[in-house]
Write a protein that binds this ligand. Structure first.
Ligand code: ADP
Length: 474
C-alpha cells in the first residue's frame, strides 16, 4: 500500500486511528494517530492486527479469526500498545468495498474521553450539590426572615389600633406596607428556591371553582377600579362547580398575572377569561386568559419574561418595583400542573398572558349548575367605563374627547391625592397622565414634566401651579 497516495492523505491527519489490514491480519497502513497512540514508529506496517487487538483477533492457518461483526457498528474494544499496555477504544471494522481482501479499522481512543466524562460527571455532581446547598440555605434563611418581619408587622398593626396623631399613623402605615412588600418578596424567593431544588409539591384538593375566582377578583378589584380601569370576568359554563387541583397555587398564578396587568395598565380594561379546552377521563384542561390594555412588551423582551430575576428593563423595576421572579414562578407552577404559559403583546397596545393547567373532575362532576349562558361578571364595572378597542385607542390619542376626559379625571384624582398627602398614589396618577400626553405637543409635555418633578419632590405649591397650568390647557 502506498502511504503517500492521494487516497491515503486525508486519513493520515485524521484524529481517529486508522489501520488497514489484509485477510492474514497483516497491517499495511497505520495513520499518524494510530502510530502515535499505539507507540509504534514505521514498523506498525507488517505487524498483525491480533498484536493490536489480541482479545478480538486470533491467528489461524487461514489468516485471522474474529467474532466481530464487520460493518458500521461501533464496538468497544481494548487496544494494546507496543509495550503491551492497553487502553479502551471505540472502533468500527469494515471490509473495503474496492478490495474484498482489505479490512479497515477506525478507532477512537476512549481513555481521554472516559477521563473527561468522569471529570464532567464529577463537576456536574459538585454543581448539583452546591445548588442543593444553596437552595436549602435560601429556603432556611427566607423562612427565618419571615419571623422578624411578621413580628414587626404584628406590632405595627397593634399600634395602629391606638389613638395616634396623623403623622404617626402615616409612618406606621408606611412600615406596615414595607413589611407586606417584604413578605411578598420572601414568599417569592422561598417558592423559587423550592421549585429550583425540586422540593415543591402540589397539594390538590376539591374546591369551588367560582368561589376561587370571586376571591381572586375581590383581591384586585379595588386597585383596578381605583385606577379607573374596567374589569371583566368570563367563565365557561362547561367548567363544573367543583374541581380538584391546588387552589392556592392557581390563585397565586392569577394574582401574579392580574397584579402585573393592573400595574402596567393606566387606562382601558383588564379581562379574565376561563374556558375548558379538553377532557380526558377524569381530567380536564382549563385555559386562563388575562388580557390588559397596558404598556405592552417589546417582541425582543418577550423571551426574557419567564426567566428568573428578569424584568424588561431596569427603569421598569425602579418605576413599578418587583423582583422579576413572579412570572418564572408562574411558569414553573403551570408546568407542574401539566400546562404551558404564553404571552402575546404589542408595545403600547396591551398584553395577553394565557396558561393552561390540568385539573381533576369529580366522577359525577356536572357542568355549572345553572346550565346558563357564560358566567359573565361585570358588576364592578362602571357602565361609563365599558370600553371597546376603539375607545381605548381614542383614549391614547392626545386631543380626542376621550383623551381629554381621561386626562381631566386623572388630574383631579391626582390633586385629591396631593391634598391628602398621598404622594405615592399621586405618582401613580401622574404616570397615567404622562402616558395620556405621550403624543401631546412639546409645550404640554413640558408642563407635565414640571408637574411630575414637583410630585417627586412632594412640593405642594409647585404641584398646584402645575395643576392649574395643565387644567387651563385642557
Ligand atoms: P415582578 O415581580 O418584578 O413584576 P414578573 O416576573 O411578574 O416580575 O414580571 C417581570 C417583568 O415582565 C415585569 O417587570 C415587566 O417588565 C414585564 N411584565 C409582566 N407583566 C406585564 C404586563 N401585563 N404588561 C407589561 N409588562 C409586563
Amino acid at each position: 500500500m502506498e502511504q503517500s497516495g492521494n487516497c491515503i492523505f486525508p486519513m493520515e491527519d485524521a484524529l481517529e486511528m486508522i489501520l488497514m489490514f489484509d485477510q492474514t491480519g497483516t497491517i499495511s497502513y497505520g495513520n499518524t494517530a494510530a502510530r502515535k497512540r499505539l507507540e509504534y514508529e514505521e514498523e506498525l506496517c507488517g505487524r498483525n492486527i491480533s498484536d493490536i487487538f489480541p482479545n478480538t483477533f486470533r491467528l489461524s492457518e487461514n489468516g485471522f479469526e474474529s467474532d466481530l461483526p464487520f460493518g458500521n457498528e461501533l464496538q468497544n474494544l481494548v487496544a494494546y500498545r507496543k509495550n503491551l499496555t492497553c487502553f479502551p477504544v471505540e472502533a468500527r471494522m469494515i471490509r473495503s468495498t474496492d478490495c474484498q481482501d482489505m479490512y479497515i479499522c477506525m478507532a477512537n481512543d476512549m481513555l481521554e474521553r472516559n477521563f473527561l466524562n468522569r471529570e464532567i460527571e464529577q463537576v456536574r455532581q459538585e454543581a448539583k450539590q452546591a445548588m442543593k446547598v444553596k437552595s436549602e440555605f435560601v429556603a432556611n434563611i427566607t423562612h427565618e426572615l419571615r419571623t422578624p418581619v411578621n413580628g414587626v408587622l404584628g406590632n405595627v398593626r397593634e399600634l395602629l389600633n391606638d389613638d395616634l396623631d396623623a403623622q404617626m399613623t402615616k409612618s406606621l402605615r408606611l412600615i406596615e406596607r414595607c413589611c407586606e412588600d417584604m413578605n411578598k418578596i420572601i414568599n417569592n424567593i422561598l417558592d423559587f428556591s423550592k421549585l429550583e431544588a425540586g422540593k415543591f409539591t402540589l397539594e390538590p384538593r376539591r374546591f369551588d371553582f367560582r368561589n376561587m375566582l370571586d376571591y381572586v377578583k375581590a383581591h384586585h378589584i379595588n386597585k383596578i377600579t381605583e385606577k379607573g380601569l374596567a374589569f371583566f370576568m368570563t367563565v365557561s359554563p362547561q367548567i363544573p362547580e367543583y374541581v380538584i387541583g391546588d387552589e392556592l397555587r392557581i390563585v397565586q398564578i392569577l394574582n401574579n398575572l392580574l397584579s402585573n396587568a393592573q400595574k402596567f395598565t393606566s387606562f382601558g380594561k383588564i379581562t379574565l377569561e376561563v374556558v375548558k379546552t379538553a377532557q380526558v377521563n377524569d381530567k380536564m384542561e382549563l385555559f386562563f386568559i388575562v388580557k390588559d390594555s397596558g404598556i405592552g412588551i417589546d417582541e425582543a423582551d418577550k423571551e426574557k419574561l419567564f426567566q428568573s430575576f428578569s424584568q424588561v428593563d431596569a427603569s421598569i423595576s425602579r418605576k413599578y418595583g418587583g423582583t422579576g421572579l413572579g412570572l418564572n414562578i408562574c411558569k414553573q407552577l403551570v408546568e407542574l400542573m401539566g400546562g404551558r404559559i404564553e404571552v402575546e403583546s404589542e408595545k403600547n397596545r396591551g398584553s395577553t398572558f394565557s396558561f393552561s393547567i390540568w385539573v381533576g373532575n369529580e366522577a359525577d362532576g356536572e357542568e355549572h349548575s345553572s346550565q346558563s349562558e357564560e358566567f359573565k361578571d361585570s358588576k364592578f364595572v362602571p357602565s361609563s367605563d365599558f370600553m371597546d378597542e376603539e375607545k381605548t385607542e381614542n383614549i391614547r390619542k392626545y386631543g380626542t374627547s376621550e383623551n381629554t376626559e381621561n386626562l381631566k379625571r386623572n388630574l383631579s384624582k391626582l390633586i385629591l391625592c396631593v391634598e391628602m398627602e398621598n404622594w405615592e398614589k399621586a405618582e401613580m396618577f401622574m404616570g397615567t397622565i404622562r402616558q395620556l400626553t405621550e403624543e401631546a405637543p412639546p409645550e404640554v409635555k413640558r408642563v407635565v414634566l414640571r408637574l411630575k418633578m414637583a410630585i417627586q419632590k412632594e412640593n405642594y405649591d409647585k404641584v398646584t401651579a402645575g395643576f392649574e397650568e395643565l387644567d387651563k390647557i385642557l
